[in-house]
Design a protein around this ligand. Structure first.
Ligand code: ZN
Length: 123
């Protein structure tokens, strides 16, 4: 999947939730963010850790945007509602998140029945 494909996936999900004014941009940044104006995704996330992870990163930031849009009350940044939303979007691609705090340490593919991403241990 190219950055273009990944952006398209993200934009299509936003559209489903009637969010049409938030562009998704790949930039040379360390961390992604989802603001009231745009979604920024780090370029490295689409290059370094394989397809499952690059898709996860987009769905993570898109989940922030969708929740901001649909929830009436402020919600905890990486709380239960967030993980439910993210989990639902990942499930569309047969991905099951295994969390370490806010982010995944592993992604499991329920169809292939195997781990498709595993965070490397730092040396
Ligand atoms: Zn986040």
């Amino acid at each position: 999947m190219t950055q273009k494909d990944l952006k398209q996936i993200g934009q299509n999900i936003l559209k489903e939730f009637e969010i049409t004014n938030i562009p998704i941009k790949y930039k040379d940044v360390q961390r992604g963010r989802s603001t009231r104006r745009s979604i920024i995704i780090p370029k490295w996330s689409a290059l370094e850790r394989g397809e499952a992870y690059s898709l996860y990163y987009v769905l993570h930031e898109v989940s922030h945007q969708v929740l901001r849009h649909v929830s009436k009350v402020p919600i905890k940044m990486h709380g239960k509602e967030f993980k439910d939303m993210e989990g639902k979007l990942l499930a569309r691609y047969d991905l099951v998140p295994i969390y370490m705090k806010a982010y995944v340490k592993e992604l499991y593919n329920s169809k292939l029945k195997k781990t498709v991403y595993k965070k490397e241990k730092r040396k």
